[in-house]
Design a protein around this ligand. Structure first.
Ligand SMILES: C[S@@+](CC[C@H](N)C(=O)[O-])C[C@H]1O[C@@H](n2cnc3c(N)ncnc32)[C@H](O)[C@@H]1O
Length: 362
């Protein structure tokens, strides 16, 4: 595995303002952080649905343990230093809640299903890689009470009250795996974009750990927020989101363009999987779609982002791109305003790829 560039040590105060793109930024379409302080808020607002928070049916399954030493960056906590892992997702309750809402969005998008692989009722051993709050693994363990389910994450942010057939483990999945070879029937991985320095190496471990005939399902989100009708304008806050994340991923040595670069299909083929299904989804941001189900998805999706914009940005945009906490807050205000506009029809692509390990595998 190649070593990614090192990132400055964690700090507890805002980093120094650059008011300019961070050194090494190569994308001329990225606006400097100072830009956001100079433009007034002129976007339309969508006050009509300001009551939608009442619909927030998310469950918060968060847990922070005082005995664990987390890293603190600009007031947000992250997993403690361990191995090579550099997770940019805060592991605090605010961000956990966003992730749990996104799980609901994902389920709505998959017509109520939390998995798409053709697994059978007698599935025995299941692994969820980078399980986060554990919400997917908990739901899966409830659905398959006779299966033995394991959730692994670098951060111990999972609840303690869990189904008896589920256990959580803390580990860095970018290190060589210690699970018994050919032992799992089904491995699930969702939303590790920006966290993995070498996807080929991770896919090789997954392949080796699956039983012959077992399934691997990987769902990933694009970082580019786009529209099909030109309503996401060049230079808007929504447009900048993906451009800054793409650049940050290059500097960080952990790509945010997994979907954009078609990495899942490539890496699955290289690892030896037979690809049995690929599903491409458009995930609306906001209640702009006409279709009722899509509208619901858009509402929950916007809620997930809006309620913790800073949490999504803080690590990558300060530690890697050199923005200050204050610059992020100004940008976030513009983003929130745009997300409230009924005239902006933004979405982001997601891709689910399912591979099967051939029966006759080495
Ligand atoms: C965006 S969250 C997704 C969580 C979960 N998969 C879901 O769908 O809700 C990414 C998760 O990956 C975990 N993670 C990042 N790098 C990791 C690593 N090297 N080893 C294990 N987990 C990691 C983070 O701690 C975080 O919980």
């Amino acid at each position: 595995m190649s070593d990614p560039p090192s990132v400055p040590a964690a700090e507890t105060t805002a980093s120094t303002s650059t008011n300019a793109p961070a050194p090494g930024v190569t994308n001329p379409n990225i606006l400097p952080a100072s830009h956001w302080a100079t433009i007034p808020h002129t976007e339309d607002t969508d006050d009509e649905d300001s009551s939608y928070e009442d619909d927030n049916a998310s469950s918060t399954a968060s847990l922070t343990s005082s005995i664990l030493e987390y890293r603190t960056v600009n007031g947000r906590t992250y997993h403690s230093e361990r191995g090579n892992a550099q997770s940019w997702n805060p592991n605090d309750a605010l961000h956990d809640e966003s992730m749990d809402i996104l799980h609901h969005v994902s389920t709505l998008m998959q017509r109520g299903k939390i998995y798409l692989a053709p697994i059978k009722d007698d599935v025995q051993k299941v692994l969820d890689v980078g399980c986060g709050t554990g919400i997917w693994a908990i739901d899966f363990a409830d659905l398959f009470p006779s299966a033995e389910v394991v959730g692994v994450d670098i951060s111990p942010q999972q609840p303690q009250w869990i189904p008896p057939n589920l256990k959580f483990e803390v580990d860095d999945v970018t290190q060589p795996w210690t699970y018994e070879r050919n032992s799992f029937d089904y491995i699930h991985l969702r939303w590790l974009t920006g966290s993995i320095p070498d996807w080929d190496a991770l896919y090789r471990e997954i392949f080796a750990t699956l039983k012959p005939g077992g399934y691997f399902e990987h769902k990933e989100s694009a970082c580019m927020l786009v529209s099909d009708d030109g309503t996401v304008r060049e230079g808007s806050a929504i447009d900048q989101w993906g451009k800054v994340f793409t650049e940050a991923g290059k500097k960080f040595g952990r790509s945010f363009s997994v979907v954009e670069d078609g990495l899942q299909v490539e890496a699955m083929k290289k690892a030896g999987f037979e690809i049995i299904q690929e599903e491409n989804l458009k995930t609306p941001l906001g209640p702009w779609p006409a279709d009722e189900n899509e509208k619901q998805i858009g509402l929950y999706n916007r809620l997930a982002i809006e309620q913790d914009v800073e949490g999504f940005l803080m690590y990558m945009w300060t530690m890697v791109m050199g923005w200050t906490k204050e610059e992020i807050q100004v940008y976030a205000a513009h983003l929130r305003r745009e997300l409230r506009s009924p005239n902006i029809h933004a979405y982001y692509p997601q891709r689910v790829v399912i591979g099967r390990k051939p029966e006759r595998s080495p």
